[in-house]
Design a protein around this ligand. Structure first.
Ligand SMILES: Cc1ncc(COP(=O)(O)O)c(C=O)c1O
Length: 392
């Protein structure tokens, strides 16, 4: 039988490997010059297109240990008070809700649009209360949320927006990169994301206060970013201005990221090819309902390709499908189970089955098929052949 094909696999260039080795040999492996270099490269990436279009200033970019750390610190930086509400979606990774709670907020959910799998903006306004502080949309699978509509509502109610862009580095909305405009965005560099640093993430914001607060919170509450305190011109002295976390990125991670960012455009192009290939091959399969694209202009990054299984036709459910694929050496992913139905969220916030029917239906039927930049056409054909044999 052929080798196991995972649903995702990172593509690490020789240049990235060489950079990691150079970092290891350099004598500086934690937060240092490569984190500074990667930060500047990201700033340029988020600013390059925008600069041509307007006179906006470059955003602040803060590298961190993960997107979870980024969400946590961005939410903490809002200074939430007891009872403050953050509006998000039930179709997301648990980290989105967990960090709301960890930052002292209450998650309020808005059901999804069953076609795009993003938060249904038409339902957003009715979830806003006097306690709402921020909206936290997720660009699911790398498909940009309808941001004009979302920001129009946020601005009208004076709400902050923290975009969970864990899936969305490389995605665009109306010709603009996610991260190049709006309030605050949080990206993930986990190994199955569009680009990776092993583990890692970043916050991009145009709010200087938010940036300064995150910079303090990510490293013990130290008042300045003196990475080379131990260098020739460094000083060992610092003040602690608040009790902070240890959420910094290391230079070993940044060494990978510097080169992943250079490869990002080609990764996104290949992801689009593979997603289009699935779309063409599966469009006449009655076993699947395929992801739908919205009417507005966007560049999808296809972090994941997620059709819904039509169980009335397949007579096997999603979990049985995933097991059958695994037995035939094809990995698939589950993104996600509905977060509000996890025991903690049921018990503490009183969520229950039936609260968000569209998300609940999608979460029962959704599967992530194998998709990663290094995937060959032959591997793609193999996935289709195996799916065919599972269904027939
Ligand atoms: C929507 C979403 N938000 C947040 C995260 C957290 O990212 P990280 O693993 O970098 O902490 C993930 C990761 O899977 C995610 O999918």
């Amino acid at each position: 039988m052929s080798e196991f094909l995972p649903f995702s696999r990172p593509s690490i260039s020789q240049a990235a490997i060489d950079e990691v080795i150079a970092c290891l040999k350099s004598g500086w492996i934690t937060t240092g010059p490569r984190v500074a270099q990667f930060t500047e490269a990201l700033k340029e990436y988020f600013y390059a297109k925008e600069r041509e279009l307007s006179h906006l200033e470059a955003p602040f970019v803060l590298l961190l240990a993960s997107a979870t750390a980024g969400l946590h610190l961005a939410l903490l930086a809002l200074g939430l008070q007891p009872g403050d509400e953050i509006i998000t979606t039930p179709l997301t990774f648990a980290a989105t809700l967990n960090t709301i709670v960890l930052a002292g907020g209450k998650p309020v959910l808005v059901d999804i649009d069953p076609k795009t799998f993003n938060m249904n903006i038409e339902l957003l306004e009715q979830a806003i209360s006097p306690h709402t502080r921020a909206i936290l949309p997720v660009h699911f699978a790398g498909l940009a949320v309808n941001l004009d509509a979302l920001y129009e509502i946020a601005n009208r109610y004076g709400l902050r927006v923290i975009e969970d862009a864990a899936h969305a580095i490389g995605s665009e909305y109306k010709g603009k990169r996610i991260g190049s405009f709006g309030d605050t965005q949080v990206f993930s560099f986990h190994p199955n994301k569009n680009m990776t640093t092993g583990e890692g993430g970043c916050v991009v914001t145009r709010d200087q206060d938010m940036a300064e607060r995150i910079a303090q919170l990510r490293f013990h509450g130290i008042d300045r970013q003196a990475w080379n305190r131990y260098g020739k011109h460094g000083s060992q002295d610092y003040e602690i201005v608040l009790p902070g976390y240890k959420f910094n990125m290391t230079d070993i991670q940044a060494a990978i990221g510097i080169h992943q960012l250079k490869d990002l455009a080609s990764f996104i192009a290949r992801r689009n090819e593979l997603a289009n290939r699935y779309h063409e091959a599966l469009s006449d399969w009655v076993q699947w309902t395929l992801p739908t694209r919205p009417h507005y202009d966007h560049l999808h990054s296809w972090h994941i390709y997620t059709p819904l299984i039509n169980e009335d036709i397949t007579h096997i459910n999603r979990d049985e499908f995933m097991r059958a694929m695994q037995e035939k050496n094809i990995g698939t992913g589950l993104h996600y189970r509905a977060v509000h139905l996890y025991p903690y969220y049921r018990q503490v916030f009183g969520f229950k089955l039936g609260d968000f029917p569209q998300a609940e239906d999608v979460c029962e039927r959704i599967v992530s098929l194998p998709l990663f930049p290094g995937m060959t056409d032959a591997e793609h054909d193999r996935v289709l052949d195996v799916m065919y044999s599972v269904f027939n």
